[in-house]
Design a protein around this ligand. Sequence first.
Ligand code: ACM
Length: 277
Amino acid sequence: MGFVQGRPRFGRTAENLERGLALAEGMDADLAVLPELWSSGYVFSSRGELAALAEDAATGPTARALRAAARRRRRHYVAGFPEMHRGRFFNSAMLVGPAGVKAVYRKLHLFEREQEWFEPGDLGLAVHRVGPARVGLLICFDWRFPEAARTLALMGADVIAHPSNLVFPDAQWAMRTRALENRVYTVTANRTGADDRPAGRVAFTGRSQVVDPAGRVLARAGRGESCARAARCDLDAARDKGITPLTHLFRSRRPGFYRTLVAPVGAARRRTRRRVG
Ligand code: ACM
């Protein structure tokens, strides 16, 4: 599996899709992951602008372009796009195979001004079959929440596809930890350049990567490169959760002691205050 890295031009949906899929064309991979909001670009100036660029997940330009490529190349694609669903907007990614759109993921953890443009995802986390592999989706800033990657791993993901528009330089190494701590492959497809728009300028960090279940980088792009790169994945390595012969990653967990993780913010502190008097 592999990533496409490049620089979309804001608002040029058809051109961006064509360029991203052209970059992917020669890549030897069963799954090609393109960046977050690839069809539109990232920095919206108004909701009107977002409404003009947002797409239906089944019939919009990203679905049509990926479906045609998936049929032609007999493989799967993941790409980020601005989704419009019943008048609501989501920062979404779709998984598309030769038979059509297989799944949509709506970003759970919105970053900064995305919160003005999009609603937080409401579809939850899920794992999908891509040939013999089980693939889960996250989008960009979801990297900062290890609970999300852990949930996908516990659901059986072998691979986490991670379309991104990363702005912090530490996300790439954090994703190596997400891979290591869950013993999964991660494919981060990031964009390059900057969106310099009336609403502000945001620069992106490139350095897309494929990471193996030991946290090793198998394929990597430079900061400003436009390219597509892939690496072979050994699904058995992702399914072997033995850290050592006697220590199993999942069976060693103590979820009874992790309740605070899924409690609303503040509840744990209130409980602690009560306990210590
Ligand atoms: C981001 O989530 N695009 C930083």
